[in-house]
Design a binder for this molecule. Structure first.
Ligand code: SF4
Length: 645
């Protein structure tokens, strides 16, 4: 399926795994806390209108207007969408991934999104890839997307989920087996008789969290379930079948029996730290959040509500529920499930990402938070001292009732079988009144961009100099996440359109002295351990260090999306040729690289540690075009050159 889509969108390059291929992009999506940079870049490129079939700007993440910053962003984004021929999904309509799959997704198309969980749309047989905002701006210009041709892993599902076991368990089990790095350079393609038993939103939970394995994407067949889903969305005409060929040969095969799964939990502080829920130590839970794009389909929330029936949220637990779309919220309200949640003492939140990205509902100090979302890095909920466990909605409801880790079966006993009767609606409650369609070109041309004081110019990096001498401003450890580099929370999210302000908080929680130190150094290098930049697609994790003068990141390994963001924003991503050299250098050591540009082109760089008097080798795991982008000083300069040709 992956190859069929790639071949149908092929422009140039190689179809050999690991090599660079260029693909036509049909759709893009952006969301409010990352997109201002995307639209500023698009504006800087100077095209009058996007050149995709469909681009959508979602105002969905931060709806807490605690000061002028977020409304400034939303008004700018709406004006930019109106000007450039982009759909707007207004605040309150829903979280980008849930709305996009339901209202815009088309099997067989390619969608690039400025969010790491864009692969959610793989649930309907679409190839959806999460990238940085600059890549989305590039896709909007119609310039083909560069991609490392992925390997394709077949996950062959058999059996069916038992009541009280959710699609969340499927992806947690895969994370347990494969780890947070195991999916690098791979697309996970789900087949087998078990697939037929999974409704589209269940598939979406799995595809969404494929991002946690570091995967390029995940995809399910466009089969009878997808046809049923699109028909229920009154979009039957968007359906085209997409199935794997009977004689398909995959790069790797994983077998997974759905019937054998039991409730699981991802324990702090990594999504692959997975254990059976029954083995998690029974500690008091302070907070439960049933929400996020990952796990709040109609059936998810209805099942959680059924677990609550006849029970109440434990007096020591703060339990909130944030549903991913207005459509789902209204259906659940119509069918009485919201009332069941309210009767149980659950607090209903706005239709937005909210707590998932630390915008509200921060857990208490040392508090245990149990969430149905997809990430549990330190600080992801806004408090680095809290511990986040990821579970299914059924287990979250049971935990909220018991005040400690519990499964639906623990609460319901044999009645847990009743959960099997809940399915997605036969017909969804379709109401697109919160979607603004693109304006006709003439009208769009007259729209003025509205730039409040929070909208500051996009910083543009310099091309690398031929001689670099710079100190190490930070020696970071393994698994530094984009949350460590640019903290999540309402306060910080609303600074993302204002880099001079936001950069002051770069690495704020990880190393509070970093921003000042890097600025004082003028130009510097960050040294990192394994999996540097894991987590979200947040390009601010590259833009802020760039703004503070960071010229290179030299790490043992770098997460895929973050590496792309570094390239796009003019920071040279380099890997220790011998990871042992990481231990030999120290923070504040002065590193020197001669003939830097020529060495970048050769993808092998000799670095001299002037402080300790030794030299070591670094390599650049970059494609030809990425090398060109780095040498240009980032994607914006590169793109302008390309479009001028
Ligand atoms: Fe929003 Fe969380 Fe989903 Fe990201 S993972 S789109 S922050 S709900």
């Amino acid at each position: 399926m992956t190859r069929k889509i790639i071949e149908a969108h092929y422009v140039k390059g190689s179809l050999t795994p690991g090599e660079e291929v260029f693909l036509r992009v049909d759709q893009t999506l952006t969301h409010d806390i990352n997109a201002v940079m995307t639209y500023l870049a698009f504006e800087a490129i100077g095209l009058p209108r996007v050149r995709t079939e469909c681009s959508v700007s979602y105002l969905d993440h931060n709806l807490l207007y605690i000061d002028h910053k977020t409304p400034d962003d939303h008004i700018y984004l709406q004006s930019a969408a109106r000007k450039y021929g982009v759909w707007v999904s207004r605040p309150g309509n829903g979280i980008c991934h849930a709305v996009h799959a339901a209202r815009f997704g088309v099997p067989g198309k390619i969608c690039m999104g400025g969010d790491s969980h864009t692969p959610h749309g793989g649930a309907i047989g679409m190839l959806c890839i999460g990238v940085g905002g600059m890549d989305v701006a590039t896709a909007m210009t119609g310039v083909p997307m560069r991609l490392k041709m992925p390997k394709v892993v077949n996950v062959r599902l058999t059996g069916s989920l038992r009541p009280g076991v959710n699609a969340k368990e499927v992806i947690l089990e895969l994370l347990r087996r494969v780890s947070i790095k195991g999916g690098l350079g791979k697309v996970y393609e789900y087949t087998g008789p078990g697939v037929e038993t999974l409704e589209v939103p269940q598939r979406a939970t799995i595809a969404n969290m494929g991002a946690e394995m570091g995967a390029t994407s995940s995809i399910f067949p466009a089969d009878a379930q997808v046809k049923k889903f699109l028909t229920a969305q009154h979009r039957a005409d968007a359906y085209t079948e997409l199935l794997p060929d009977p004689d398909v040969v995959y790069d790797e095969v994983i077998e997974l029996d759905l019937s054998a799964l039991e409730p699981l939990a991802a324990c702090p502080h990594q999504p692959d730290n997975v254990k059976p829920l029954r083995l998690v130590e029974k500690q008091p839970v302070q907070q439960v959040f049933i929400g996020s794009c990952t796990n709040t389909s109609y059936a998810d929330v209805a099942r959680a509500a059924l677990v609550f029936r006849g029970h109440h949220v434990n007096e020591n637990v703060s339990c909130t529920c944030g549903i991913a779309s207005r459509q789902t919220y209204r259906e659940l309200m119509r069918d009485g499930y919201i009332d069941m949640l309210l009767a149980a003492g659950v607090r209903m939140l706005e239709i937005a990402c909210g707590p998932c990205c630390a915008i509200g509902q921060t857990p208490a100090t040392n508090g245990i938070a149990v969430r149905t979302s997809n990430r549990n890095f330190k600080g992801r909920a806004g408090n680095p001292n809290a511990k986040i466990y990821l579970v299914s909605p059924e287990s979250a409801a049971a935990t909220a009732i018991c005040g400690t880790f519990a499964s639906a079966e623990d609460v319901m006993g044999p009645d847990v079988a009743q959960l099997a009767a809940i399915h997605e609606p036969e017909q969804y409650l379709v109401d697109d009144s919160m979607l603004l369609p693109p304006l006709p070109s003439e009208e769009a041309a007259r729209v003025e961009l509205v730039r409040g004081p929070n909208i500051q110019p996009l910083p543009v990096p310099e091309a690398p100099a031929d001689h670099l001498e710079a100190p190490v401003s930070l020696k970071a450890g393994d698994n530094v996440s984009t949350d460590d580099i640019t903290p999540a929370s309402a306060e910080f999210s609303s600074m993302r359109s204002n880099i001079p302000l936001m950069s002051r908080y770069c690495y704020h929680r990880y190393d509070p002295g970093f921003a000042e130190r890097a600025k004082a150094m003028g130009r510097s290098i960050i040294a990192g351990g394994e999996n540097y930049g894991q987590g979200s697609s947040r390009e601010h994790a590259a833009i802020n260090p760039m703004y503070l003068g960071v010229k290179c990141v030299l790490a043992k390994s770098i997460a895929r999306i973050h590496k792309g963001n570094l390239v796009n924003h003019g920071i040279v991503p380099m890997l220790f040729a011998d990871p042992a050299d990481y231990d030999r250098i120290g923070q504040e050591d002065v590193l020197e690289i001669e003939h830097f540009r020529a060495q970048i082109a050769a993808r092998r760089v000799t670095v001299r540690d002037k402080t300790r008097g030794f030299a070591f080798e670094a390599v650049l795991d970059l494609t030809d075009s990425e090398v060109q982008v780095v040498l240009c000083g980032g994607q914006l300069r590169y793109l302008k050159q390309q479009l001028a040709k």
